[in-house]
Design a protein around this ligand. Structure first.
Ligand SMILES: O=C(COP(=O)(O)O)[C@H](O)[C@H](O)COP(=O)(O)O
Length: 321
């Protein structure tokens, strides 16, 4: 580890987030917090009795993690939570504050998911069928809590091109005892007549109530509205994007074209423009409810909760002073 290079656990976590071995907004946040705790242990050895060197090393680790993926705000929110609680006069005090904050963050994340699962489950009735998109641990928590409440729930799971995260959702729901039908994305509208709810997660929620989630969510929401099927987003409050309070927009990640068209097909077709946006924005008017650990909200009212939780703005404690 040098001045500019974070310790191995941070480098490995950053690489795993960038390559999507670690993926999904909540999982990314929790991995980032844990990586900061490991950095604190390594930096304490390296910095010995130099608190300024310790702080610089933690900021560097924060920057490395921040640069991995741009859209899920849970990542910078996790870094903010941990680094803003870094305090003390000695390296050991600083180390303990970071490790303690990372641990508290991860526990809070788990508790929030359990709590929002209960809220989401209350919206589901015995015998309901739910359509899902992508793989969201917050959304799955709602279905699993409904099953725990003794409700019989079935699922229609969208495959979710290009990376097919729907396969993970299908597997996990099946293992939770939920009968699952896997469909291709373009079959969604046809199956909307057979479902009672659409349930998705979120990578970020904007101050106007717009929901940023896996590409295809907005089209699904428009179709659900047209068919009269309620659609809800399950999202812990770490998905609230503080920068949107001051007019910033959420960056939509553009991923490699290789995910859309493999090299063989590319060779056959020849030169052609390919774009691969990983997320899209569902306007608040197409979303019925945002389910959080603090209860459910109409999308347009989420700004009140956002001001309460993030009113002080979006600090960047990883930035160079
Ligand atoms: O869009 C995705 C994952 O995208 P990717 O696979 O590109 O990371 C998920 O719906 C949200 O991240 C919410 O997930 P969770 O509820 O687990 O935070």
């Amino acid at each position: 580890m040098t001045d500019t290079e974070p310790a191995a656990p941070v480098r490995e976590t950053a690489e795993s987030i960038a390559t999507m071995e670690i993926r999904g907004a909540a999982t990314i946040a929790s991995a980032a917090a844990e990586a900061l705790a490991e950095q604190a242990e390594a930096a304490a050895e390296e910095a010995e009795s130099d608190p300024a060197a310790f702080r610089a090393s933690m900021r560097g680790a924060g920057r490395t993690l921040r640069e991995t993926r741009p859209t899920a705000v849970s990542l910078p929110n996790a870094l903010r939570y941990v680094l803003q609680r870094m305090e003390g006069d000695t390296v050991d005090e600083l180390r303990r504050s970071v490790v303690g904050a990372a641990d508290a963050f991860v526990r809070q994340l788990d508790r929030a998911q359990d709590d929002l699962g209960q809220v989401g489950a209350n919206r589901l009735a015995d015998g309901d069928t739910v359509m899902t998109h992508c793989h969201s641990t917050d959304a799955l928590a709602c279905i699993e809590a409904a099953v725990d409440q003794g409700k019989s729930i079935s699922a229609v799971v969208k495959e979710t091109r290009p990376r097919q995260q729907g396969h993970i959702t299908a597997e996990q729901l099946r293992d939770a005892g939920v009968p699952v039908t896997l469909i291709v994305d373009s079959a969604a509208r046809r199956y909307l007549d057979e479902v009672d709810h659409v349930l998705v997660g979120a990578d970020s929620i904007a101050a106007d109530g717009g929901v940023i989630n896996k590409i295809g969510t907005s089209g699904l929401a428009v179709n659900a509205r047209e068919r009269g099927v309620p659609i809800m987003t399950a999202a812990q409050t770490i998905k609230l994007h503080p920068e949107t309070l001051t007019g910033h927009t959420v960056e939509i990640e553009m991923r490699d074209e290789e995910e859309v068209i493999g090299s063989e097909a590319r060779e056959e077709i020849g030169e052609i423009e390919v774009e691969n946006p990983a997320f899209d924005v569902t306007p608040p008017r197409y979303m019925d409810a945002i389910v959080t650990e603090q209860g459910q909200f109409p999308p347009e009212s989420i700004v009140t909760l956002m001001r309460e939780l993030f009113g002080e703005g979006a600090a960047e404690p990883w930035a160079e002073p």
